[in-house]
Design a protein around this ligand. Sequence first.
Ligand code: 5RP
Length: 220
Amino acid sequence: MSEAKRQAALKAIEYVESDSIIGVGTGSTVAYFIEALGDMRERIRGAVSSSEQSTERLRAVGIEVFDLNSTGTLSLYVDGADECDPHKRLIKGGGAALTREKIIAEASTRFVCIVDPSKQVDVLGRFPLPVEVIPMARSLVAREILAMTRAQPVWRQDAAGRGIVTDNGNAILDIHGLAITDPVALEQAINQIPGVVSVGLFARRPADVVIVGGETPQVL
Ligand code: 5RP
């Protein structure tokens, strides 16, 4: 699948406008995009990054990283996804960067999502849905999600059993066993629970363009 990811990322370069600041997501597909962006760094002003990991990658290829507060609206945001449905609604957050990703998607006029074919689904939810939560609210939010959905929230931990900590200092719950028939309603409902920072459903603000990598990338 890594060749498909690379092909999707290369196709996304066609959306980059000269002299612009690009919103950049997080993950292995985006890593290919950053590599390609590095080759044309003289033609762009820089990037706004969605994670410490991407910031490091961007700086390593010589791209200046800007604070979103200083850039205003961005013309383009490029990011991967864990799942994508036929309406370009997404599950994101497998890399725990969902909150900053959501902020940059909201701040961007065009969101180009780059995926390999394994990410395409008819109904979202096979991939456990990530929710970033304030640490003290972890159990409360888990109980409320269980009562609301009957699906199982699981605290994301590393191999040593330590709770993973997001770039914002928070915890992640992954909701297993969902079949999301109304993604906009579920996104709104989870957002209402006190202690939720953000949910990895990108339905209210879906992608504008989805590029599915392959020998001939498909643009949806
Ligand atoms: C990170 C994300 C990523 O976009 C998502 O996990 C896809 O990652 P990859 O490109 O490595 O398959 O949402 O929070």
